[in-house]
Write a protein that binds this ligand. Structure first.
Ligand code: NOJ
Ligand code: CA
Length: 715
């Protein structure tokens, strides 16, 4: 009798406590396990390689309130039992999904969503059988998992003190990282083994206006890594809503990454109410770097569009009154005075500084240029009152988003733009006074509709108000989504700068065309800039979550052109600036330089005029993070392809088999390449344009200069 009992126990514990699934193609395997102490863990393998060793799951709680009866666990006693141990499994569900869907806009016309799912419902017998479900989805290229908290009597409101999710790696992988920071992602990347990460250099970075460094061994996600066996591993999250962003603490001896959530003003991480769930944690893995770039797992883990009628959502190519402020030949502010209050009623009483960028006349010049060259939109920054005193003061009332400066005639501009078939793009720099923006946004969106602005670029420079909140905390994460939702209600589109980095939410809110949320081209105008490898890393990190408004297309590479004292420069060749329109995927692309500079190089400018912003297909041809990226994309609805190839500071030859072309016809290829002696530093503006007839059997071999690139149009 006793023997039988023991055998039964072994069988039931081996069935119940360890559960495995394989990816649809069988290559990835996920194992969930509950330890003897009832601690949930998981591990992941890719073929014969271990990717994630047995790693812990769970959450630490602070306050907790039961749904019925009196709150047993009084606030801040730290007595609250956490969701970290003492679990038993109460239910196992598996599922298998294979479907396709069509994004409103994107890199490809149709996306395949194919995964195996395992969901494990756990209960804590010692805490009134409190329940939590961990849902795993295993795709051919990676894993997503999240915590779900069903509605239940014994868990209603709770405060997350910490998330315990770990990613235990097999070795000292090479990582492409930026410092863990609650307020900014505008760093350039470092490449080092995990053991050598030292984020404290961030203290000497002066060009970022609001920084909150976490500590030496903290980095941001997405974290891109390469193992000594040649595996590419990307750790990130998907569908970040109503929860703080996940950074990673690196155990530099054991190579364990632990999730580190951005806190709020009083140090808590997240406020939850059942039923609720966390964002997905993702591990994307392949032995081919190009597979990481082609992965659709982050998008697939997001909810389908919440917007039913998407007919008004349109990808856009735009120009704007913008680079000239970054270079310094024009200003956002109208007058050179300090301490002007928003309550000033007569802005005309201020003496104009003579270099204000957003004048009616200059805007019309841009509208004409856009109309002449087929651009959809014109962005104008510095059009509204408040820029005299806009940042660094942690001031509540800065902008009202509806009062133009005296020299910006919004009526006339709106009329003129519409007569030329050009759309205006609104700019709302919130100066991070987010409470102020929330109070004024309805009126601001009415103003946009009245004057025919279909899209807005928002901005969050400087420290956040509510004071004490961070850019990437739960409160701000909710704010960014609230803005996207409110804009959608008004049929308006969004491009958010300095917001939390995207996590695929553009599937759910396709009016959210792009974010900046990383170090954009603008840094090249006024700081040490972006090293030549920067754009070869971004697709593996920042762009994993969604399009970036990188603002490429700077032709005048050295800023000494404007002022001999200026040492700054763009760290690429001119030809690489063209390639970025293809390598940096975005449905919103700016031609960022002055019209006057494009007029100097009309032959090269032709590529920017021609390049598409929406695609039927994408082929990642060759890539290595930190070294190079080559990609080909097929224009939506046309038999036309664009290729972009970029390299870091080393020269290389891009090898591009054209096998993606139709085999039964000839095409013309127009090639915009670096000239023989081009070099990002020594000779950045030397390019050559050639044209030839090609077919699907051809292989293009194009030399890229140090810091260079090439752009090709095939039709
Ligand atoms: C930072 C944004 O990234 C940039 O594009 C903008 O011009 C400035 N803030 C001013 O709002
Ligand atoms: Ca920025």
């Amino acid at each position: 009798m006793k023997r039988i009992f023991i055998i039964l126990l072994i069988i039931s514990s081996s069935i119940v406590n360890s559960q495995s699934i394989k990816s649809p193609d069988g290559k990835l395997a996920l194992t969930f396990n509950l330890t003897d102490e009832g601690i949930p863990t998981y591990q992941l393998t890719y073929g014969k390689y271990k990717v994630i060793k047995e790693s812990r799951l769970g959450l630490m709680l602070k306050d907790m309130y039961e749904k019925t009866g009196v709150d047993k666990f009084s606030q801040s006693t730290n007595q609250v039992p956490s969701l970290d141990r003492g679990f038993t499994i109460t239910k196992i569900d598996t599922a298998s999904v294979e479907e396709t869907w069509n994004p409103v806009w994107g890199e490809v016309k149709t996306i395949r969503n194919n995964y195996k799912e395992l969901s494990v419902t756990l209960s804590q017998p010692s805490v009134n059988n409190r329940q939590m479900t961990i849902r795993f989805r295993l795709f051919n290229d990676g894993l997503g998992f999240r915590y779900e908290f069903p509605m239940q009597d014994n868990l209603n409101y709770f405060t997350v003190a910490d998330e315990l999710t770990q990613f235990s790696l097999t070795g000292d992988h090479v990582a492409f990282w930026i410092p863990g920071d609650y307020d900014t992602n505008e760093y350039y990347y470092s490449k080092s083994p995990l053991s050598k990460i030292d984020a404290t250099y961030s203290r000497n970075v002066n060009e970022i206006f609001s920084k909150t460094l976490i500590g030496k061994n903290f980095v941001q996600s997405p974290l891109m890594m390469k193992s000594s066996e040649g595996l590419y591993i990307n750790i990130f999250e998907a569908a970040l809503v109503d929860y703080p962003a996940m950074h990673l603490e690196v155990d530099q001896s054991n190579f364990v990454l632990t999730s580190h959530l951005v806190p709020d003003a009083v140090g808590n991480k997240a406020y939850m109410q059942t039923p609720c769930k966390t964002p997905w944690r993702t591990v994307i893995v392949s032995d081919k770097a190009t597979d990481i770039l082609a992965s659709k797992t982050i998008l697939n883990l997001n909810e389908p569009s919440k917007i039913d009628d998407t007919s008004w959502i349109k990808p856009m190519k735009y120009i704007g009154i913008w680079w000239e402020m970054h270079v310094g030949t024009a200003s956002w502010n109208y007058a050179d005075v300090n301490n002007v209050s928003l309550s000033l009623t007569d802005w005309k009483s201020l003496k104009p500084n003579g270099i204000h960028g957003a004048t009616t006349e200059r805007t019309k010049r841009y509208i004409d240029f856009a109309a002449q060259h087929g651009f959809d939109g014109v962005l104008v920054e510095g059009w509204n009152v408040g820029w005299e005193d806009w940042f660094g003061k942690w001031k509540e009332e800065v902008f009202d988003f509806v009062t133009p400066y005296p020299d910006f005639d919004v009526e006339e501009i709106s009329r003129y733009a519409s007569s030329k078939g050009v759309k205006m793009i609104m700019h709302h720099e919130t100066s991070s006074s987010v409470t102020n923006y929330e109070r004024r946004m309805d009126e601001a969106y009415e103003f946009m509709k009245k004057y025919g602005y279909p899209a807005v670029k928002t901005g969050y420079v400087a420290r956040i108000i509510p004071r004490g909140e961070f850019h990437d905390g739960q409160w701000m994460v909710q704010h960014y989504v609230r803005v996207a939702e409110r804009l959608a209600k008004n049929k308006l589109m969004l491009n958010a700068h300095e917001a939390v980095r995207p996590t695929g939410l553009h599937r759910t809110y396709p009016n959210w065309l792009a974010c900046e949320s990383a170090r954009g081209n603008e840094f090249n105008a006024w700081s040490v800039g972006n090293p030549p490898e920067h754009e070869t890393i971004l697709p593996f990190t920042r762009l994993m979550g969604g399009p970036m408004d990188y603002t490429p297309g700077i032709f005048q590479i050295k800023m000494s052109y404007y002022n001999p004292d200026k040492k700054e420069q763009v760290h690429t060749t001119l030809s690489k600036q063209l390639a970025l329109y293809v390598t940096m995927y975005s449905p919103l692309q700016m031609a960022a330089d002055y019209p006057e500079n494009y007029e100097r190089f009309m032959d090269a400018f032709q590529f920017i005029k021609d390049v598409a912003v929406d695609w039927d297909d994408t082929k990642y041809i060759e890539a290595e993070p930190g070294d190079y990226v080559t990609v080909a994309r097929k224009t939506k609805g046309k038999n036309e392809w664009f290729i972009g190839a970029i390299t870091d500071e080393s020269e290389r030859t891009a090898i591009i088999p054209l096998s993606f072309l139709d085999s039964d016809r000839k095409y013309t290829a127009e090639i915009y390449a670096d000239a023989k002696d081009a070099h990002w530093e020594k000779n950045p503006m030397a390019y050559e344009i050639t044209s030839k007839s090609v077919s699907s059997k051809d292989v293009l071999k194009i030399k890229l200069a140090p810091g260079g690139g090439c752009a090709v149009r095939i039709w």
